[in-house]
Ligand binder design. Structure first.
Ligand SMILES: [Zn+2]
Length: 315
């Protein structure tokens, strides 16, 4: 018998929703927690398989988009540092910093004394250092040696932006941060699983890079379970971002319905006439949406996401 896969947010056994081959190498399944909405894969690739995969797969959005995302995130952070009276002279440390756009934005914000980025991709680290003049280091969160003596002399904000959903061991990463930085503010941004979860649960899901799809509820439960106090949280983005993933399925369902009606009726009565009309309008609507998505594809800026600020104090 397969071992039960438990939700990391609320410990509920997951319901299997599909099978998927992760990174072309691991036969895995997708699970849903019917209590808190977390969607996750199990089993996951080994750390080495993950390193091998990302070695060839680094993709990034354009500088313009990255800068815009970083600007929105840093504005939200700065507002909350003020509003929640979190303090001054923060050291901002981002893990999975990419080329360092958020680090760059944060180093100019009120309350931030210094900002550094940690990133496994050496080329991105060098680019951030040379082109943006940033303080950056190479490393993964689980293998990085946190230079805690220096870092521990300041208040810290530790950031993970669109990283937690890619980690094979998010709990391990959190424990490492907690052990290294006894007191800190945590900033997380992840895709909003209440909208992404149904997409990665589709039978033919190809979005294998996300091992976890967190809902706001599941993320809060996960953090609280691990000693964090939630300071604030919000969702951003547009629902329509995921529309294209459901279009084909919807289209096929409508087509099926029409065929079923045609084959089951000898003659068309008044009621059927209205039903056909309704189906035709759905088809037209679908067609126009498809056309719209083709010419105006959703922007990464619209990706529905969850932002969360939490604090940790080792007592
Ligand atoms: Zn759960």
């Amino acid at each position: 018998m397969e071992p039960k896969s438990l939700c990391i947010g609320c410990d509920t056994p997951g319901k299997k929703v599909n099978n998927i081959i992760l990174f072309d190498v691991v036969n895995s399944s997708t699970y849903l927690c019917e209590n808190c909405g977390l969607v996750w894969r199990s089993p996951l690739p080994s750390p080495q398989q993950i390193i091998d995969y990302y070695h060839h797969q680094y993709s990034r959005y354009s500088d313009r988009i990255q800068r815009k995302i970083a600007s929105q995130q840093s504005t939200w952070l700065e507002e909350n540092i003020k509003k929640l009276k979190l303090g001054n002279n923060f050291l901002f440390i981002e893990f999975g910093a990419g080329r360092g756009w958020l680090v760059k934005e944060m180093q100019n914000k009120a309350g931030i004394m210094k900002a550094v980025g940690i990133e496994p991709d050496e080329a991105a680290v060098n680019w951030g250092k040379e082109s943006l003049g940033l303080s950056m280091d190479c490393g993964f969160v689980d293998s990085f040696n946190l230079p805690t003596e220096h870092y521990n002399s300041h208040q810290k904000i530790v950031a993970f932006s669109h990283v937690l959903e890619h980690l094979s061991d998010p709990l391990g990463a959190l424990n490492k941060i907690k052990a290294g930085f006894h007191e800190h503010i945590l900033f997380l941004e992840v895709p909003d699983g209440s909208l992404e979860g149904p997409v990665i649960s589709l039978p033919e899901s190809s979005l294998g890079e996300h091992f976890w799809s967190y809902t706001q509820k599941s993320l809060i439960l996960f953090l609280e379970k691990n000693g964090y106090k939630i300071l604030t949280s919000r969702t951003t983005g547009k629902k329509s971002y995921w529309q294209k993933y459901f279009m084909d399925q919807k289209f096929l369902a409508i087509q099926d319905e029409i065929l079923k009606q045609i084959y089951s009726k000898k003659s068309i009565g008044k009621m059927e006439f209205f039903q056909y009309g309704k189906l035709f309008l759905s088809l037209l609507n679908n067609f126009l949406l498809t056309l719209g998505l083709k010419f105006f594809p959703p922007s990464r800026l619209d990706l529905p996401s969850i932002q969360i600020l939490a604090c940790y104090k080792n007592s």
